[in-house]
Design a protein. Structure first.
Length: 187
């Protein structure tokens, strides 16, 4: 019984730390979202009375909400621009920006442990369809495939989403096929 009470106490207190909740939405802060429009204004403060400091000209551009005030969301982007956008300009769909300090292009694979199907330029905006431990499935105009999570701004490195049991089985199957190919069909 003491163990149960102790574990309950640990669980309840751990939820209080590190879980920032937005006062307007009740959603987790910080969180990633994207811009709806191909013209969105970033303002100095949370009102149309504040000056515009930047205009985003890309629909689906990923941003991170770090604070909320009434109908306004304080955001940061992958270039560390900080300001306020109106909530009507935001949607929950997850997009990311391909980033890399050393690579100009990032390799795209057809599955988690499989073959290279192409490359994507640094700075490309991509739809993040699902994420596992270290890779995410992305979609853009040219490709649908997997890239390493470290090359995406728009997802936390420990975040996973849209993964089910069937996908886990498919991944193990693909990994097995790749291993067999590497063992038996190396030239």
């Amino acid at each position: 019984m003491r163990l149960l009470i102790f574990l309950s106490f640990i669980l309840l207190t751990s939820f209080g730390y590190g879980n920032n909740i937005g006062v307007e939405t009740g959603l987790k802060l910080p969180r990633y979202v994207s811009l709806k429009s191909d013209e969105s204004n970033l303002r100095v403060g949370p009102s149309k009375n504040y000056p515009i400091i930047l205009v985003y000209n890309v629909a689906n551009f990923p941003i991170k909400i770090i604070d909320e005030f009434e109908d306004w969301r304080k955001i940061i982007d992958f270039k560390d621009n900080i300001g306020w956008v109106h909530k009507s300009l935001i949607r929950a769909e997850r997009y990311g920006v391909v980033v890399s300090e050393s690579e100009k292009k990032v390799i795209i694979f057809n599955s988690i442990e499989s073959k290279k199907i192409g490359e994507i330029e640094k700075g490309a905006v991509v739809l993040i369809s699902k994420c596992k431990v270290d890779k995410c499935k992305i979609i853009n105009n040219d490709y649908s495939g997997w890239i390493k999570k470290k090359y995406i701004w728009g997802i936390e490195q420990d975040e996973k989403f849209n993964i089910n049991l069937l996908q886990t089985l498919v991944d193990h199957f693909n990994k097995s096929i790749t291993l067999i190919e590497n063992i038996f069909f190396k030239y």
